[in-house]
Design a protein around this ligand. Structure first.
Ligand code: NDP
Ligand code: 2IT
Length: 450
């Protein structure tokens, strides 16, 4: 029985690799889900017969387009834009836009696939999508970023809408970019609707959307530790990244009595044994978000040690929160973290841990919250921004804080429901994959073959 299950999974993965050659990040994301789902559906014929996983792993559509814009020297630049609409079985397509030179179809397909399960886990009616471009906002003037965003939306607007597909931010797409994108949508369509989330508060944005992903990641960490009879208070914590997710994760760790001793960017990481307290965090947010500077400046400002071209996982700490990008914790990094006594990992970034590293964490019984559960707080508040926009009202900050806390608590509970093993250890990867899968799968079964 076990052997034939393995053959099925292998055959499935071989077929996926054949149909999607060279898309290694996409293969990785699908394998992580398939390994658990194949096991779960072994005795559930309805899902086999309907070929559910095969269908979720084939995006509904992929839109790819040229984005031309003019730089400040009058040069014509050409980038490639995308929107991967993965699945809209439980609601309109929803997911962020990433502007980064590494963006390609494989990365956006993995992100859109993951988003489908993550959005299902939030309990809100949202399908999965992701988009972006191989455009690097770093070093560009505000005017160049504006012209790029306007050109990008001039094509994207045909494919999105408040009931069709609602993009938001991700790496390289923050408040500034969302403003330019929304401004161009409004100009092209002559409509004012909630077509994007993460908007500025003055034009339809929701309270706490900026903070939601980082806060939610730390709520998941809190709930995992609590389930195991522990607390964040007094724990030391490694954070990677210094963007939107990282900085608000640091803020929430501080407010719960933990101490964050690292942060990073693509240039390297800083180790600040004193801890990135509120004052230092305010400096970091201003440095990275407003001045668009490098983390090296933080090290100079506070006399912390800077490690160029390195990641923080060799520093000893109780907890790790990877909040930068995919595959930033290798298997060797995972083994170092385990050897140094790391007790819990919550993934603020999407798929930051390599497959073999996840396996080692679970085998070592480290508490490990995968991204589709741990960073779902951001898209959850995006879903509530959509609700507020549809009703043309704004809820109070306290209500949204409570809703975020409740949603993350519910996600934790569902991971326990489907992931608890005989000895009480919770396999959160399995729990999140199965809980996320069921809702989408049942909707697809209801629709028949479409
Ligand atoms: P930001 O652009 O605000 O910050 C990204 C941070 O990660 C920066 O510090 C950046 O460094 C660093 N980084 C990016 N790429 C690399 C790389 N290849 N190697 C090393 N460091 C890198 O993005 P977000 O904080 O929004 O996103 C971070 C992660 O969280 C991503 O995986 C994203 O998909 C995920 N996420 C984001 C959500 C959101 O609401 N924003 C929601 C859920 C998940 P540098 O400044 O040098 O570029
Ligand atoms: O990966 C993610 O969940 C995001 N980048 C946020 C998506 C959203 O629509 O808010």
């Amino acid at each position: 029985m076990t052997a034939s299950k393995h053959v099925d999974l292998d055959q499935f993965m071989n077929g996926l690799k054949r149909r999607n050659p060279g898309e290694t990040e996409f293969h990785q994301a699908v394998y992580e889900v398939a390994a658990n789902v194949f096991d779960y559906i072994a005795d559930k014929a309805v899902y086999h017969e309907a070929q559910i996983l095969r269908r979720i792993a084939e995006p509904d559509r992929i839109i790819s387009f040229r984005v031309c814009w003019q730089d400040d020297n009058g040069m014509i630049r050409v980038n490639r834009g995308y929107r991967v609409q993965n699945n809209n079985s439980i609601g309109p397509y929803k997911g962020g836009l990433r502007f980064h030179p590494s963006v390609n179809q494989s990365i956006l397909k993995f992100l859109a696939f993951e988003q489908t399960f993550k959005n299902s886990l939030t309990g809100l009616p949202m399908g999965g999508a992701k988009g972006g471009a191989d455009f690097n906002p770093r070093g560009k003037s505000d005017n160049e970023v504006m012209r790029f965003c306007q050109s990008f939306m001039t094509e994207l607007y045909r494919h999105v809408g408040e009931d069709i597909d609602i993009p938001a931010g991700d790496i390289g797409v923050g408040a500034r970019e969302i403003g330019y994108l929304f401004g161009q949508w409004k100009r092209l369509t002559n409509r004012f609707t909630g077509v994007l989330t993460g908007k500025g508060r003055e034009y339809g944005g929701s309270p706490i959307r900026t903070e939601a992903t980082g806060y939610g990641t730390v709520y998941m960490l809190h709930d995992m530790l609590k389930q195991a009879g522990q607390d964040i208070e007094g724990k030391t914590c490694l954070v990677s990244g210094s963007g939107n997710v990282a900085t608000y994760a640091i803020q929430k760790v501080n407010s719960l009595g933990g101490k964050v001793i690292t942060a990073s960017d693509s240039g390297g990481f800083v180790h600040d044994p004193e801890g990135i307290d509120e004052e230092r965090l305010a400096y970091l947010i201003d440095l990275k978000t407003n001045r668009r500077g490098r983390i090296e400046e933080y090290a100079k400002q506070y006399g912390a040690k800077y490690y160029p071209k390195e990641r923080p996982w060799g520093i000893t700490a109780d907890v790790a929160l990877p909040c930068a990008t995919q595959n930033e914790i290798s298997q060797a990094d995972a083994r170092t973290l385990i050897a140094n006594g790391c007790q819990a990992v919550a993934e603020g970034a999407n798929m930051p841990t390599e497959q073999e590293g996840i396996h080692d964490f679970i085998e070592a019984k480290v508490l490990f919250a995968p991204s589709k559960a741990a960073n779902a707080g951001g898209v959850a508040i995006s879903g509530l921004e959509m609700s507020q926009n549809s009703a043309r009202i704004t809820w109070k900050e306290e209500e949204l804080q409570k809703l975020l806390r409740d949603i993350m608590g519910d996600i934790h509970e569902r991971c326990v429901q489907y992931g608890q093993t005989h000895d009480g250890y919770v396999d959160y990867v399995r729990g999140a994959n199965i809980a996320g899968f069921i809702k989408v799968a049942d909707a697809m079964v209801a629709y028949g073959v479409v």
